[in-house]
Design a protein around this ligand. Structure first.
Ligand SMILES: CC(C)(COP(=O)(O)OP(=O)(O)OC[C@H]1O[C@@H](n2cnc3c(N)ncnc32)[C@H](O)[C@@H]1OP(=O)(O)O)[C@@H](O)C(=O)NCCC(=O)NCCS
Length: 149
């Protein structure tokens, strides 16, 4: 959730340079619909720590009409496969605001666990909200078996 308006120039630049990064600690991917290959959002690993083998995870579907249709959960699972099966990471984590019930439901569906709470860290709508820390370990991912597909 952005705190400031985004200029059209910055937005265009984001789209044009999206996916061009050669950074070893940032891996971002476009999300497309299978049927018509429409670009609906992005998912990525941020600040990958190759020594301790963990990474933050971020996801965003820009077009609201694509929310709640399973795309986010699907993309999360693809990213988890990449992170644990190919990149040999040990842990993935993310921050989510307490009022983002859709995101929390999607992460729980992907077996992310609530690990902690950053109390009243977000001011939104004249009210302070908690930020929830969620994470999943490699062993928890492996224990999902067929359910991780
Ligand atoms: C968060 C986000 C990536 C989730 O992707 P999505 O495709 O919308 O989510 P899915 O359809 O895969 O799953 C949503 C889950 O929430 C549930 N859900 C849908 N609408 C809901 C709502 N209004 N309130 C609570 N739960 C809801 C669904 O039932 C589903 O759970 P289930 O699989 O157990 O039935 C997407 O909604 C998004 O990009 N939102 C805006 C940006 C954002 O919040 N990013 C995350 C920041 S931490």
């Amino acid at each position: 959730m952005l705190s400031y308006p985004v200029s059209s120039i910055a937005e265009r630049q984001f789209i044009e340079t999206f996916g061009l990064s050669e950074s070893s600690t940032e891996k971002t991917f476009a999300m497309e619909t299978l049927a018509d290959r429409r670009f609906i959002g992005a998912v990525g690993l941020h600040g990958i720590d190759w020594i301790n083998r963990h990474s933050a995870l971020g996801i965003m579907i820009g077009d609201k009409q694509y929310w709640g249709r399973g795309y986010g959960t699907d993309a999360m699972r693809v990213l988890m496969r990449l992170a644990f099966d190919k990149l040999n990471l040990h842990r993935l984590w993310l921050h989510v605001y307490d009022f983002n019930a859709r995101a929390i439901a999607s992460y729980e569906r992907c077996a992310f666990t609530r690990e902690g709470v950053l109390r009243e860290q977000r001011l939104f709508g004249h009210k302070y909200h908690d930020t929830i820390v969620m994470g999943i370990l490699e062993a928890e991912y492996r224990a999902l078996g067929d359910a991780r597909a």
